[in-house]
Design a protein around this ligand. Structure first.
Ligand SMILES: Nc1ncnc2c1ncn2[C@@H]1O[C@H](COP(=O)(O)OP(=O)(O)OP(=O)(O)O)[C@@H](O)[C@H]1O
Length: 245
């Protein structure tokens, strides 16, 4: 993913996002952190092709443009469809469902740890964590090469969030999507990512590009490692520097 002099304005006199040079290799897990309104979601929307830059270029190389999937903070499920039927939706939009599509749905359900009996339920019958698993399965069913996640676990309790973080990492290690993950939680960004981009507001710019020095697979014990706490402190320091600007 190559960003070159990329700019986004919503009106001529307000520059919301400016990314001069940024390269994200295929398969990398990158988190974006920064103050509210600094343009994190805008950057994700540009990568998702949900919005267009007003200047510059964003190039997706190596066939990455083929499939991009987006997971939002709100699971955004259709209430009158079962979980299974929600997951089926992106395949349905491509055309008539094939036998392979049905297998892909079953695989996605198994990947996110959803029970088959829960996949037959309607969203209102599922917990917040299960709804997020359905939302993730709906993103994964298309076998994306790019996964865009905008605070997907922010509404969940810490225990569940940690569990889902670990499961997400296991899946990423198997599937190696190029992943852009927006979060306000520094520990979550450090636990998940290979690289953290710290952003600054007005206009949204990347002010620090930090490599996370922990090997995969990462297990829950990492969260109580003093080196983990130290690195979180460094990221917090960059964020505090941004807030002080
Ligand atoms: N469609 C739009 N029209 C006008 N302004 C917009 C639009 N979308 C976003 N903005 C503005 O662009 C800026 C960046 O918004 P964005 O949602 O990308 O920030 P963010 O970093 O994701 O914020 P948060 O952490 O609060 O979710 C904000 O000032 C916002 O008001």
């Amino acid at each position: 993913m190559e960003f070159r002099q990329l700019e986004k304005r919503f009106s001529p006199d307000s520059l919301v996002l400016a990314v001069d040079t940024l390269d994200i290799p295929a398969g990398e897990f990158v988190s974006l952190v920064g103050p509210s309104g600094c343009g994190k979601s805008t950057l994700l929307r540009l990568v998702a092709n949900l919005d267009q830059p007003t200047a510059g270029q964003l190039t997706l190389v190596d066939g990455q443009a083929s499939e991009r999937a987006f997971v939002f903070q709100d699971a955004n499920l259709i209430p009158w469809r079962t979980a299974w039927e929600n997951i089926q939706l992106p395949l349905e939009l491509r055309g008539k469902l094939s036998h392979d599509d049905r297998n892909a749905i079953d695989t996605a359900i198994a990947m996110v740890g959803l029970r088959v009996e829960d996949s037959r339920k309607f969203p209102r019958m599922l917990s917040g964590g299960m709804r997020m698993r359905v939302s993730l399965a709906r993103a994964l069913v298309t076998q994306p090469s790019i996964l865009l996640m905008d605070e997907p676990f922010a509404a969940l309790d810490d225990l569940l969030r940690n569990q889902l973080n670990e499961q997400l990492l296991d899946l990423w290690q198997q599937q190696k999507w190029t992943t852009l993950f927006v979060t306000h939680n520094v520990a979550e960004a450090v636990f998940l990512s290979q690289r953290i981009l710290v952003m600054h507001a007005q206009p949204g710019r990347i002010v620090a590009d930090m490599e996370v020095p922990f090997a995969y697979p990462r297990r829950s014990q990492l969260r109580s490692d003093p080196d983990f706490a130290r690195f979180c402190g460094q990221v917090m320091g960059k964020l505090a520097g941004v807030a002080a600007l």
